[in-house]
Design a binder for this molecule. Structure first.
Ligand code: MG
Length: 381
């Protein structure tokens, strides 16, 4: 395994290891173990019932956070293998990157952040890290999943400076403006490729955006022309899929070529050279970066702020806000173990610590559990 990895890839020898030392697994790498722990976590199973863009009950064919995470892992693994990076690590990061997401996607996270404003805020990246470091309770020897430094580093894509200062070795790179591993850089961009493209696909399927609107995006127009030339009479659904497939292919190809060229000219002798470099080495060429921004802008205007999506997100914000208020007012409205933890945190470390336990509980909810709980607690009150 090790000899096929590039010398700037993460491997078992250059890994900074786990917070609580454990014996190495017998038949797996440390990073396979990380991936497996993520898959066996409760937070991972909940991703199936959490919104990506469309709330889970709106249709069976739309992406959920779970299928999104699988698509991210698929893209990241392909690129990792092509570039001789650590595929298992990239997969572990990809599958874990959204574990901290609230119910109802970004609307839920924004609402929870507003609720937590006076108590240190709520950041979903940091929450993903809290899930794997503290909130999962499955192992006898430690809280959380005790993942390697490199998987945790990849999960924490962004972080405010004030939080970075409290995170020790993991926060260091935000303060010193250093880079994470190439595997982490890659998982981050695979996330972008995945959501831009699957949101186009889901947007088309929902009828909220249409093919003609999308031709304002150059890459989309190019791929559409290629598909039409090869297959002039395709069913629109197949045509859409072929175009999206072509876009993913073009983005991935550009990512590999651009990153290879950057790595080639720097020739980092080790992972330290990657980390101390002034900018990420994994990235798109200028034109493809512009394409990604154009896609993001388009989806923002036409899909994420579409009146039908907006109705859902407004309702989502209402539910999250009301749940947070109800639990903060009376911790006993939460299940006994959460209530007890909130009371102890509050008594020991003040209201902010109590609110954090409430935020953890609300963030962990699936869409439908949040709706059911809201109905039981708030609507009927
Ligand atoms: Mg994501």
């Amino acid at each position: 395994m090790k000899q096929v990895l590039a010398n700037y890839a993460v491997n078992t020898e250059n890994s900074r290891g786990r917070r609580i030392p454990e014996e190495s697994p017998a038949e797996r790498s440390e990073f396979q173990r990380d991936r497996d722990r993520v898959i066996h976590s409760a937070a991972f199973r909940r991703l199936e019932y959490k919104t990506q863009v469309f709330v889970n009950h709106e249709g069976d064919l739309y992406r959920t956070r779970l299928t999104h995470s699988l698509e991210v892992a698929q893209i990241a693994r392909s690129v990792a293998r092509a570039m001789r990076l650590n595929e298992d690590l990239t997969e572990a990061i990809s599958l874990a990157h959204d574990l901290g997401h609230t119910p109802f996607g970004h609307a839920g996270q924004d609402a929870l952040n507003a609720c937590m404003w006076d108590f240190g805020g709520f950041e979903h990246n940091l929450q993903s890290l809290r899930v794997v470091d503290e909130l999962e309770h499955r192992y006898a020897a430690f809280a959380g999943l005790n993942l390697t430094f490199e998987t945790r580093e990849g999960i924490l894509k962004h972080c405010s400076l004030s939080n970075a200062r409290r995170l020790g070795d993991l926060g260091e790179r935000f303060i010193l403006r250093r880079q994470p591993s190439l595997e982490a850089q890659l998982a981050n961009l695979a996330d972008e490729i995945a959501y831009n493209n699957h949101d186009v696909d889901d947007g088309l399927r929902s009828g909220l955006i249409d093919l003609a609107d999308l031709t304002s995006i150059e890459l989309f127009a190019e791929q559409r022309a290629l598909v039409r030339e090869a297959y002039p009479r395709l069913h629109p659904r197949i045509e859409a899929h072929e175009i999206v497939r072509g876009m993913i292919g073009a983005l991935v190809k550009d990512l590999v070529m651009t990153s290879r060229a950057r790595i080639g000219s720097l020739a980092p002798p080790s992972i330290d050279a990657v980390r101390s470099h002034s900018a990420p080495l994994i990235g798109f060429s200028e034109p493809f970066r512009d394409t990604q921004s154009a896609l993001k802008r388009f989806l923002g205007e036409h899909l994420y702020r579409h009146p039908r999506v907006k109705t859902m997100t407004d309702r989502a914000a209402e539910i999250v806000t009301a749940l947070f208020a109800a639990f903060t007012e009376d911790y006993a409205r939460m299940p006994e173990d959460h209530a007890k933890r909130a009371r102890e945190a509050h008594d020991g470390r003040g209201a902010a610590a109590g609110a954090r336990v409430v935020a953890d509980y609300v963030a962990g909810m699936t869409d439908r559990f949040a709706m059911q709980t809201h109905e039981r607690l708030v609507d009927k009150r």
